[in-house]
Design a protein around this ligand. Structure first.
Ligand code: ATP
Length: 312
């Protein structure tokens, strides 16, 4: 194809995330929960290529080990929703073909779909030359899902409200993680439902649940100091108890990772991906090898990394 015949396209890369802290407030009348979370974007990426087209269409591929079964390829796909929302908001009359390449496990608690949506927003904005401001993109992102604004922003941030009200958190240095992925995902709404049941059954032991949760200052200190030991001691995920009730097999893997030298292990978001914090890149490599030898699919990643950005 000659240069003159080339169809314009834009490639955007957006990261998956780990919640290093996730406090879930009491169930509200509208069925939602207030959250207080600290997100860290990690080096596992989704690539979205947006190519000029007259209509809206989508193809999805995945890296080795990424099961694409649960990914819709119609307008239920968050990336396509993002493109349609941007067209609607700006009055853009053409279409786009989106090509998604996934590395983030599907329904794994790492915000893969949200990363696709953030990448599609940024890619279409550049492709169509609609030139939205950061604030306008953030507003559209929040309409698509609570984790989408963070996938746009990346780095390290504190999220409140439904997780979509973001404030950057200072973070120094790099944190090394080993992720253990599962072949089958879990549904986020199911995990929240299980948490509500668990809290109802054990309300005497658990005591009152905050209506408006907040991120523990210890976590913010650890992130600011770049101190992995301190962060390991302050990791928290209120969803973990519910995810482990739905996937009891994960408890033994968490124990194995910690017994094999991880500073701490945690369920990532709603799971079932597990995230093990390590003292150094070398340490993470060793742990990843040990877990693989024990039959668990594992990956070494690091954070924080930037949010969605144009790479070509
Ligand atoms: P959550 O953001 O709810 O924590 P997650 O990180 O656990 O989600 P995702 O991979 O983002 O998991 O997908 C959750 C569900 O969203 C999938 O099971 C699928 O039905 C739907 N979905 C919509 N668009 C996408 C997409 N682009 N990639 C993956 N899943 C998508």
């Amino acid at each position: 194809m000659t240069f003159a015949e080339e169809i314009p396209s834009v490639r955007v890369r957006a990261p998956g995330k780990i919640n290093v802290y996730l406090e879930v407030g009491a169930l509200q009348d509208d069925g939602y929960h207030e959250l207080a979370t600290a997100f860290q974007a990690v080096s596992l990426y989704e690539d979205v290529v947006a190519t000029m087209a007259d209509t809206f269409s989508l193809t999805v591929t995945g890296a080795d080990g990424v099961d694409l079964d649960g990914v819709p390829t119609d307008d239920r796909n968050l990336a396509l929703k993002a493109a349609l929302l941007l067209a609607d908001a700006t009055g853009y009359e053409g279409g786009v073909h989106l090509d998604i390449h996934k590395q983030v496990p599907v329904a794994g608690g790492m915000g893969g779909g949200s990363a696709d949506a953030a990448a599609a927003l940024l890619a279409c904005d550049a492709l169509w030359d609609t030139r939205l401001t950061h604030q306008e993109l953030h507003r559209l992102a929040a309409q698509l899902g609570a984790d989408v604004p963070f996938a746009l922003k990346g780095g390290t941030a504190v999220g409140t409200g439904r997780g979509d009200v973001l404030n950057p958190a200072l973070a120094r240095g790099r944190f090394d993680w080993v992720l253990v992925t599962s072949e089958e995902g879990v549904s986020t709404p199911k995990v929240y439902g299980e948490l509500d049941l668990h809290r109802e059954r054990h309300k005497v032991d658990i005591g009152p649940v905050a209506q408006t949760p907040s991120v523990d200052v210890e976590v913010l200190h650890a992130l600011r100091a770049g101190d992995a030991d301190m962060l390991a001691a302050s990791l928290r995920n209120d969803l973990q108890v519910a995810t482990l009730r739905l996937r009891p097999d994960l408890a033994a893997v968490l124990e194995l990772g910690e017994a094999s030298g991880a500073l701490a292990g945690i369920v990532s978001g709603s799971g079932p991906t597990l995230a093990f914090l390590c003292a150094s890149p070398e340490h993470a490599l060793e742990l990843s090898t040990d877990l693989q030898r024990a039959g668990h699919a594992s990956l070494h990643v690091h954070g924080p990394v930037p949010g969605a950005r144009i790479v070509g």
